[in-house]
Design a protein around this ligand. Structure first.
Ligand SMILES: [Zn+2]
Length: 497
């Protein structure tokens, strides 16, 4: 038999959570043609043979929580993600998506995380899909539609509930996007431009998602003291719309709420008995977003990453800026806006509990347009594998891989991805577990991980030995399956719960 590419004697971690095994893996075109443990491929030939002895071969990582919407078009090399072994990004999280949006004036917060006004030029999901494919990104792109983005097209004042005609217009735009292949809907209810949307407004939109068989993801209305009630709202909204739910970056934020992870995870497990619910998580104890006056407090350290009116004050602690100016933290924050911030607002113990939970997937929440980004942008996936699995043994390597591959593909409806098996797409990551390391940190956040040997996207080798190649193999992944909202109990989940 002749193949395009043949990995010899790889340690295969197949993404299902099952035990690792040694195998030859053959690629033809865009797909995995054979996975052989028995030596029948010994005589096989290939245009390219890769000696994978001693290296881990896994499905390419799926970053289920990104804000790469316009970057996949403007910066299609996608090095922050590709260099980690990520082969698919899910864009459109936290209520903000690049489509279906056209903007003339100012970019509403936090849509400004995605780019400037001129970057919003996709009035339909189809226009966005075509732009992605024309850009030929290095990674695959799957897209959610953001509730705040929908609002920006029909409302001129965000500080109120949408009216019946506005809801109808948002439903129609959402339905059109879902029909064209969007994965589902996201909300960012904690942000001021979505906060005034009552549950009924979201329910009407999630009903469209459920009818289409898509997924509903939500940055909860409250990640602080009101977390339990915000989780209940999300469960009820998803149940009402008969859609599967993913709670975005589940966390117990704010010093007064540390130690809350067991209760939050208990609620998630209880809900999971009756409906399909999961969450995503990044492996750090700081969050990052636009600078939000509601989160300014002296209880946690806040680092300013950028500021439009005061670029000279960027990359300083907010407390130092306030002191230098002789004003309160809040006044300093007000003067810095619009700005970006890193909030050191979680406890390590809570974060570890969420990360290790069988219902949690890995999502970086990286902010690609921040000049001094949170290190999760370049480091999230290797950090889970190297620091938390290999070094701290928080979770088995097979389970860590499942949380960034098989589980993620299943919950977002990415067909034939996230697993290594014959017939699946050849999205693959080859790494050396001994040397794997996330290099990015808070002080120097722009740095590629060590130990990623090779990354393949749709059969094309996009990254090798620390360098991107010319082969950008990604494309837009349109929704091809209907997700059910009823809980699915997999053997892996039962084993770990
Ligand atoms: Zn968010």
């Amino acid at each position: 038999m002749h193949y395009d590419i043949l990995f010899r004697r790889a340690t295969v971690i197949d993404g299902t959570g099952g035990a690792a095994f040694t195998a030859d893996v053959a690629i033809r075109g865009e797909r995995i043609a054979a996975v052989d443990e028995t030596g029948t491929l010994d005589a096989a030939r290939a245009d390219s043979v890769i000696d994978a002895e001693g290296l881990c071969l896994t499905p390419g990582f799926i970053d289920v929580h990104t804000h790469d919407d316009t970057n996949v078009i403007r910066a299609p090399a996608m090095l922050p993600k590709l260099s980690q072994g990520v082969t698919t990004v899910v864009v459109g999280n936290c209520g903000i998506s690049a489509s279906p949006v056209t903007l003339a004036g100012e970019v509403p917060d936090p849509m400004n995380l995605l780019g400037r006004a001129e970057d919003f030029r996709y009035p339909t999901f189809e226009a966005y899909a075509e732009a992605v494919d024309a850009a030929r990104p290095a990674v695959n792109v799957a897209a959610l539609i953001g509730h705040t983005s929908l609002r920006s097209q029909v409302m001129d004042d965000f500080a109120r509930p949408a009216g019946p005609a506005e809801i109808a217009a948002m439903r129609e735009a959402l339905r059109e996007a879902l029909d064209a292949g969007a994965l589902g809907l996201s909300t960012g209810l904690a942000y001021r431009n979505a906060f005034h949307a009552p549950a009924a407004e979201i329910e009407a939109l999630v009903a469209e998602v459920g009818a289409a068989g898509g997924v509903y993801t939500t940055h909860l209305r409250d990640e602080f003291a009101g977390l339990p009630e915000a989780m209940d709202e999300a469960f009820a909204t998803a149940r009402h719309g008969r859609a599967p739910l993913v709670i975005s970056h589940l966390k117990c934020a704010g010093a007064g709420n540390w130690g809350g992870a067991p209760r939050a995870l208990g609620k998630l497990e209880t809900a999971a008995r009756d409906q399909r619910v999961h969450c995503d998580c990044y492996p750090y104890t700081a969050g990052s977003s636009t600078l939000d006056l509601g989160q300014v407090t002296d209880e946690i350290a806040i680092f300013i990453t950028w500021s439009d009116p005061h670029p000279d004050q960027a990359q300083r602690w907010l407390s130092d800026i306030a002191e230098a100016w002789g004003v309160s933290l809040l006044d300093a924050a007000r003067r810095m806006q619009p700005a970006g911030a890193v909030y050191h607002n979680m406890s390590e113990d809570d974060m570890r509990r969420v990360l290790a939970h069988p219902l949690a997937m890995i999502g970086s929440d990286g902010l690609p347009n921040d000049p001094h980004p949170h290190p999760r942008l370049w480091g999230a996936f290797p950090r889970v594998l190297a620091h938390y699995s290999r070094d701290l043994e928080l979770l088995p390597l097979t389970e860590a891989v499942r949380k960034m591959t098989g589980l993620s593909a299943a919950q977002f409806g990415l067909v034939d991805r996230g697993v290594i098996r014959e017939g699946a797409y050849a999205d693959l990551t080859l790494f050396d577990l001994a040397t794997l390391e996330d290099v990015a940190d808070y002080a120097r956040p722009i740095a590629a991980a060590r130990g990623i040997a090779l990354v393949m996207v749709n059969g094309a080798i996009g990254y090798r030995d620390g360098q991107a190649t010319d082969a950008r193999g990604g494309r837009l992944l349109r929704r091809r399956t209907r997700l059910s909202a009823t809980p699915i109990s997999t053997p892996t989940t039962e084993m770990h719960s």
